[in-house]
Design a protein around this ligand. Structure first.
Ligand code: NAD
Ligand SMILES: O=C(O)C(=O)C[C@@H](O)[C@H](O)[C@H](O)COP(=O)(O)O
Ligand code: ZN
Length: 378
């Protein structure tokens, strides 16, 4: 294997356990790395047009070098690809090419491709194996790990999907070189999330090193991806199907997903941008309710702002709504369909301070609505 440098983490899920490899040149060596997981020498690659342009030939050559055949489907890029229409396209492609239950699907792209292709793998022929080769910072630190797959519907984010764990995750840091800066920043929001959930030391490290994560240092990016994947793997191992602790990974997402739905998934508001704003809101609300110090909420706000991420809902109004104000009733309506709603009650991820997030089902909905009235009309 040429210049193989990677670190290995395991997601410990009994007979569904798998490894995450983090390092350089993993795509160049993908044939050798995935070979042990294939039940036949036939793979199907799902990717998008940007990833295909930069990296698809390298992956296809690497597979072919080991005698593994591959057929590739190149989809449009962007959040709107996580849809029923594109899911049908993926399934048609697989069936037309005579996929069978021993075939393996390779999700080669960011979170959009990972979620969509993972869901196709979960459902076609009642489930086939799949491998994640995440190509964005966001997908390397979050979406490729943990087995949440799915698509958006006209009613909101990720409302159709399933849990389907990959066989292996190859997080090739070198791929991030071609990623646009805005996308790196969006991925960085999910990195910070792990510090804010339960790791204040990691947050402190990011205060010092965050600029290098989004600045392109491979060494610092590798460290950030490893720490993030370890944090996610630990939570997923505790609670694979989100009956409790895994809900913490939703920090900022109840607000963030509602903002994304309002922005209509058209590229004007990226997922990471939405949850940057959402995490600031979660800290502000926690501070308003006296659950955490105002100072902590200010530190979080300042961190995201310094790195260049949006922190105000006015970003959504001006970027996605042509200056029109967000409507609180519409945001509340989206939030009422959050997957953390049970018996009509919404569980929020709140915080007692940096690295002290917790699940709170006692937050009064009127309080949230009043908080939004003040926040989104600013
Ligand atoms: N399943 C989960 O646990 C989970 C976790 C977090 C986020 N998500 C989902 O992930 C999605 C967001 O993922 P994302 O931020 O990776 O977005 P994405 O998949 O849309 O990728 C971002 C953009 O970068 C381009 N791109 C990808 N890799 C590239 C590369 N190496 N070089 C150049 N361009 C590249 C893509 O074409 C796209 O335009 C959202 O739908 C979100 O809901 C899922
Ligand atoms: O893996 C998880 O669990 C997460 O919540 C990770 C989130 O970053 C991610 O955006 C996820 O897709 C949200 O899932 P949802 O169930 O809230 O739609
Ligand atoms: Zn997320």
């Amino acid at each position: 294997m040429s210049k193989e440098i990677f670190k290995r983490l395991t997601v410990d899920l009994g007979d569904r356990s798998y490894d995450i490899l983090v390092g350089e040149n993993l795509v160049t060596n993908a044939g050798k790395l995935v070979q042990p997981f294939l039940k036949q020498q036939r793979t199907f690659i799902i990717t998008d047009e940007n990833v295909a342009k930069h990296h698809l030939a390298t992956l296809e050559d690497a597979l072919s070098f080991e005698g593994i055949t591959s057929k590739s489907l190149i989809l449009p890029y962007g959040e709107q690809t996580k849809s029923f229409g594109q899911l049908e396209k993926v399934i048609d492609f697989l069936l037309e090419n005579k996929i069978d239950r021993k075939s393996t699907l390779i999700a080669f792209g960011g979170g959009v491709i990972g979620d969509l292709a993972g869901f196709a793998a979960a459902t076609v022929m009642r489930g086939i194996d799949f491998i994640q080769i995440p190509t964005t910072l966001l997908s390397q630190v979050d979406s490729s790990v943990g087995g949440k797959t799915g698509i958006n519907t006209s009613r909101g984010k990720n409302l159709v999907g399933s849990f389907h764990q990959p066989q292996i995750v190859l997080a090739d840091i070198g791929l991030l070189q071609t990623l646009p800066h805005r996308e790196l920043l969006a991925g960085y929001a999910e990195v910070v999330k792990y510090g804010l959930i339960n790791n204040p030391n990691f947050f402190a490290w990011l205060e010092d090193n965050g600029a290098q994560v989004v600045g392109g240092s491979h060494q610092i990016q590798t460290q950030a991806v490893l720490t993030s994947c370890k944090a996610k793997a630990d939570i997923v191992a505790l609670d694979e199907r989100e009956s409790g602790a895994r809900g913490l990974l939703n920090l900022g997402h109840t607000f963030g997903h509602a903002l994304e739905a309002e922005a209509r998934y058209n590229g004007s508001l990226l997922h990471g941008e939405a949850i940057s704003i959402g995490m600031v809101m979660a800290h502000d609300l926690s501070a308003e309710l006296g659950l955490c110090h105002v100072k902590d909420a200010q530190i979080v706000r300042a961190h995201f702002q310094k790195i260049g991420l949006p922190i105000e809902t006015s970003f959504v109004s001006s970027n996605a709504l042509g200056g029109k104000k967000l409507e609180v009733s519409r945001l509340m309506d989206h939030m009422s369909r959050d997957k953390k709603v049970s018996d009509g009650r919404l569980t929020f991820v709140m915080t007692k301070g940096i690295g002290q997030a917790y699940l709170d089902n006692a937050v009064d909905i009127t309080t949230v609505s009043e908080f939004l009235e003040r926040t989104v009309t600013k």
